[in-house]
Each structure stands twice: as structure tokens, then as C-alpha cells.
Design a protein. Structure first.
Length: 524
């Protein structure tokens, strides 16, 4: 999936006003008392709205799995387990999913979670954020007090995997101004306070249907400077650091007696996405030339300290839908120049920059302002492209604005961003790159008739050998078209202090974030 649906970061706030309202006092959380029962999390991004219906907010999405409930949650093996839903079944003859809900779930305001709330949340989120999935739904209906029936337009035995991470909120509250900053969910923790974009506090929910969490609460703090985060971790001022840099990970990993580590290759990949409707990027030959102009290995070694693997195509290198015959596009600047000349670009008299029809080859790259790594990567791209005569400018933007410019939109020329490719969900690749049933693709409105046709065929053949072969063909075709420069899969390194006891493997993927509710003090 796209990043907006699943993987991600959060904000926290210390509001003195809560002290006069009878709410849990979280104000001591910043102090770092060894025995305090508060989990403190540093997130490398600011916090936007806490309303999931308003779209992806880079920091806020890490809070959602703890503030809101889901219908189901995947375990370590990728199999869905019950959450709000107690059981579910599929009737292939009628293309219908029946989802049975628990009857003891309460929102944080004390109201019972109903089928109407679930239907409203799923409909709203799918319609706005996953239009291809939404277009495959014929209708949703309430059956009795606790059953939601979802009728599809085509066979899809994997449909629950496409909606599991939908955050369930109360009907008719999403999108309202007050709800953005004072959200109501039914998860294990309830909203307590926030301080602008910098901090968000949650308190344990006593009436949570899974039982009150052992933790008294959580404090999320926006800390884009990774150097400060790992220093805070070593000093005991925070308990979890997300996205530790490779250099800092090597330092902290010496202290394995003090920390749990979650270091793994990500399903997501970094990409320099192009607006393929822009005259500069309409020609696939030009896009291929740019790929030859950049040394990805140099970026991985120099900026990421080797903690990444080259990205090749949209399926992701670990996915069963990845074409095993695909190879990374090699760094060949001479080949890049040859392709650009073939596309009509030529150097000026001083052989400095490329021109065509009197216009210089130059464009703007959108970059997330809160990431030093992204900025370093973008500056590196600038240097490589400058070497073949292409001038670029960097525009630093908040994450929300950057995503708005390219997601189902083409208000950009190029954007350095991250896309998801969960191995178990081929639909994620389809959402990003297919335009169908009147729905634009998420990836900058990329549109290619053969790609769309192959996705249609692959969906019909899903679960068969032919379906896997079709996805391999799609992976190779999109890679050859280069709608974006596929850069790298980072190795992510998350760290948890051992002042808490983790149950099972510590992980901060989507399902792992949900399991933070199970943490308890190691020495209460």
C-alpha cells in the first residue's frame, strides 16, 4: 500500500489544561523517571490532524493503531486475527463478505461501536483514499445489529487485507473541526492532550474491550533530528525511537542489554516520482535516461551507510509479485546522454546544460522538509543530474502538502517520496499504478493502457499461477516505463528501551504498532 495507508509516525502534546479536567496527568512523562508507567516515543515528523478521514499525516499515522480499532489485525505471519470483527466469511457465489462484529466495544465517549459506525468509516476512507478498492464495492448493508455485509462487483478473496487498517471512528464525526484535534476512537488508548504539531498524549482506556492496557499512557514527541533522538534514548529521556539512522544504529546496537531492536528491510521503497503528463517527462526514453544518470549505490553507501538495497520496480524486491528477471538499471551517464540526445535534447556551446526547442531541461523536486536524509538524497540527485546537463531545484514542503501534490494529483514535476509494496497485498501496487473505472492512479495520475489492462487480467486471475505471471509482467513493464526513478529499500531500525517488557518479537510495522498496547514495565 501506499504509505498513507499503512507505516509511519506521530505527534505529542503536554496540555496543562487537562489537569483541571480530571484527566490523567501526563505532565511527568518528559522527565524520564525509570519507573513511570508511560511509554515515550520519538517520531521523526510533526503531527497533523488526528482524524484519519482527512488523509495521511506522516506523524499522526503512528498514533492511529493505538487510538482507533480495526476490524482485524495481521499477526507476524500476515494472517488476519480478530479485533472489532470476531469472525468473517466469504460467499464466492454471491461475491459477498459477511463480517460479524463484537458487541462489547465502546468508543472513548462511552457510546457503543455499531455497524453503522464501521460502515461509515470504511466507506469514507475507501472513497477518499483508495478509490480503486471503493469502486470494486457494490454495496454495504447492515444485517442485524452486529453484521456488516459487503457485496463486491468481482471475485476478491483477499478483500479483507485491503481494508484491515481502516481506522474505525464514530459515524458523522470524521472531518469536523473539533474531531481533528479531539478525536474519539475505540482503541486501547484515548486522546488526552496535544501541544501543536510537536507532542500528543494518550491515556489508557479503562473500558477497552480487550482489557485496560498495562501502560498508563503514551507520549508521542516529534523529533526530526535523529541525532537528538538517539541521545535522548541513551539518556533515558525517551523509550522508542523510530527510524534510527544507520550510523546511530551502529552506536546504539552496542547496548543490547538495554534495548530491543527492530532492524529489517522495508516493504516500502524510495522513488523520485515524475508527473508523466508534464512535457519533460512524457517520453519514457527521457525517464530511462535519468535512471542511467544516477548512481544509486553511491547514494546507499554515502548517505545510508549501506543500510539499503537498490529498488528495481513497483512490486518491491521481497514480494512474490516481483519479476525475478528484473535487474537494477545500471549507472551509465554516457548512456543517459545518448538517450537524451535521441529524445531531442542537445548541449549548448559550452556543453553545460541540455536544451530542446530553446528551453533548458530543468525541473523542481518536491522534498519532505522534516527529513534530513531525504534532503541529502535530493541534493545527491541534483549533483548526478547536473553532471549530464539537467538543472533541478528543491522545494521543501510539509509532508501533508507534498503528498497532496502527487497523490491522485499531478500538481508537481517530480517528488521524492516513498511507496509501499506489502508482499501479501498485490492490490497495493494496483492502487498506486492503475487507472481504472474512472479512478486515477495514486502515483501522480500515471496512466498507461497496457498497464491498466494487465491489472484487470491479474485481478481476475488472482491466486493462480497465471495471476502471478501477470503480476511479474506488470512489474517488468512499469519498471521499463520508469514513471519514477526507483531508488532504494531502506533498512529501518527502530529501538525500544528494555525498561519495558515486550511480548514476542518487537516490531513497528503496522501490526507491531498495534501490539504496543501489550507492553508492561519490566520492573514495576
Amino acid at each position: 500500500m501506499l504509505k498513507r495507508s499503512c507505516s509511519f509516525l506521530l505527534p505529542v502534546v503536554l496540555a496543562l489544561a487537562v489537569l483541571s479536567c480530571g484527566k490523567t496527568d501526563l505532565s511527568s512523562a518528559a522527565g524520564g523517571n525509570r519507573n513511570e508507567n508511560m511509554l515515550r516515543i520519538d517520531v521523526p515528523a510533526p503531527f497533523g490532524s488526528l482524524d484519519p478521514c482527512l488523509g495521511p499525516f506522516y506523524g499522526s499515522t503512528s498514533i492511529f493503531p493505538l487510538l482507533y480499532s480495526h476490524l482485524f489485525v495481521p499477526n507476524d505471519n500476515g494472517t488476519l486475527e480478530p479485533d472489532l470483527a470476531t469472525r468473517w466469511g466469504y460467499d464466492a457465489a454471491t461475491l459477498t463478505w459477511n463480517i460479524q462484529l463484537r458487541d462489547d466495544a465502546l468508543f472513548h465517549d462511552g457510546r457503543r461501536v455499531t455497524v453503522k459506525d464501521v460502515e461509515y468509516s470504511i466507506r469514507h476512507l475507501l472513497k477518499d483514499q483508495r478509490p480503486q478498492v471503493y469502486s470494486a464495492v457494490d454495496r454495504m448493508t447492515q444485517v442485524g445489529d452486529t453484521t456488516l455485509r459487503i457485496s463486491l462487483k468481482a471475485n476478491d478473496p483477499a478483500f479483507p487485507m485491503k481494508i484491515w487498517d481502516m481506522s474505525i471512528g464514530p459515524e458523522h464525526t470524521g472531518g469536523t473541526d473539533g474531531y481533528q484535534d479531539h478525536p474519539i476512537g475505540s482503541g486501547p488508548f484515548k486522546f488526552s492532550y496535544r501541544q501543536g504539531m510537536e507532542e500528543v498524549g494518550l491515556a489508557a482506556y479503562d473500558k477497552y474491550y480487550g482489557g485496560r492496557p498495562s501502560l498508563d499512557g503514551m507520549v508521542f514527541r516529534s523529533q526530526p533530528d535523529g541525532e537528538k533522538s538517539w541521545a535522548r534514548l541513551l539518556a533515558g529521556a525517551t523509550d522508542i525511537v523510530l527510524g534510527l539512522s544507520p550510523k546511530d544504529y551502529r552506536i546504539v546496537s552496542q547496548y543490547r542489554e538495554r534495548f530491543y531492536f527492530d532492524a529489517r528491510a522495508t516493504d516500502t521503497y524510495s522513488i523520485l516520482l515524475y508527473n508523466t503528463t508534464d512535457p519533460l517527462f512524457v517520453d519514457p526514453t527521457v525517464r530511462l535516461a535519468l535512471a542511467h544518470a544516477v548512481d544509486r549505490k553511491a547514494i546507499i553507501d554515502g548517505i545510508l551507510h549501506g543500510a539499503a538495497a537498490e529498488a528495481i520496480g513497483p512490486a518491491g524486491i521481497a514480494s512474490p509479485y516481483h519479476n525475478p528477471e528484473l535487474k537494477p538499471i545500471p549507472y551509465k551517464p554516457a548512456r543517459a546522454v545518448e538517450l537524451l540526445r535521441r529524445a531531442g535534447w542537445s548541449y549548448t556551446a559550452d556543453d553545460r546544460f541540455l536544451y530542446r526547442d530553446g528551453k533548458r531541461f530543468e525541473f523542481t523536486i518536491l522534498v519532505f522538509e522534516g527529513s534530513r536524509v531525504d534532503r541529502s538524497v535530493a541534493e545527491c540527485l541534483q549533483l548526478f543530474l547536473n553532471d549530464v546537463g539537467i538543472k533541478t531545484r528543491l522545494q521543501l514542503l510539509p509532508q501533508n502538502e507534498l503528498v497532496r501534490r502527487y497523490l491522485y494529483n499531478n500538481e508537481f514535476q517530480a517528488a521524492l517520496t516513498v511507496f509501499g509494496a506489502p508482499p501479501q497485498i498485490p492490490g497495493a501496487m494496483r492502487i498506486a499504478w492503475a487507472s481504472e473505472r474512472g479512478c486515477k492512479s495514486a502515483a501522480g495520475i500515471f496512466d498507461h493502457p497496457l498497464v491498466n489492462h494487465l491489472f484487470d487480467e491479474a485481478v481476475r486471475a488472482e491466486g493462480t499461477a497465471r495471476g502471478e505471471k501477470l503480476y511479474h509482467e506488470i512489474d517488468a513493464l512499469i519498471a521499463s516505463l520508469q514513471p519514477g526513478m526507483f531508488l532504494f529499500h531502506k533498512t529501518t531500525s527502530n529501538v525500544l528501551s528494555k525498561r519495558f517488557q515486550a511480548q514476542g518479537r518487537f516490531s513497528l510495522d503496522n501490526s507491531g504498532t498495534c501490539k504496543l498496547k501489550c507492553l508492561s514495565l519490566a520492573n514495576p
